[in-house]
Design a protein around this ligand. Sequence first.
Ligand code: C5P
Length: 201
Amino acid sequence: MSFCVAIDGPAAAGKGTISKAVAAHFGFAHLDTGLLYRAVGAKVLLGMDPAMAASSLRPDDLAATDLRTPEVAQSASRVAVIPEVRAALVRFQQEFAAQDTGAVLDGRDIGTVICPDADVKLFVTASAEVRANRRFDELSAKGMAVTKAQVLADVKERDARDTDRAEAPLRPAKDAVLIDTSDLSIKDAVAAAIAAISKAQ
Ligand code: C5P
């Protein structure tokens, strides 16, 4: 029987870290759905039509180039407002969610649109400043030349675009468990997620 965990929240709130830890703990498959939008965003930066890029996306594209740059993140959030792009990515995500091993999907609309019947829904958030600091540390560690102010502006711009869009806006599902990681260590955030999931099993 499939078991689906939906983890949504804004950029750099800790969804990725929590999702990976939860998947390892329970033996579930994990899909970072942001990568789908980043892969489409990267193709669009190379001149491809967004809807075409989404409908021709292949699993290889998710591993291909460096999708973790601020430019690709911005392009991802711009293509993510286009209904045809979102529609082209639904089936892959829903099939992933239905696999027998159990699945964790993280993104913006998993609990609201992709898996409205998920067994557990988590909404992971943190203040914009905390998130920007984390993203700054991550990008600096990779040797990227960014400033804290740039990263904060980038995070706020994406938050606004993701929250204000008409199609599948970022918001907690009514039945989501809220985890605010602003003042939590990674260990405590992961423990809160595991506790919420264990309760639903
Ligand atoms: O999660 P990540 O920051 O990698 O996502 C990049 C962008 O992709 C987000 O800012 C958002 O616009 C979009 N996205 C989305 N729906 C998802 C996952 C990501 O719209 N389920």
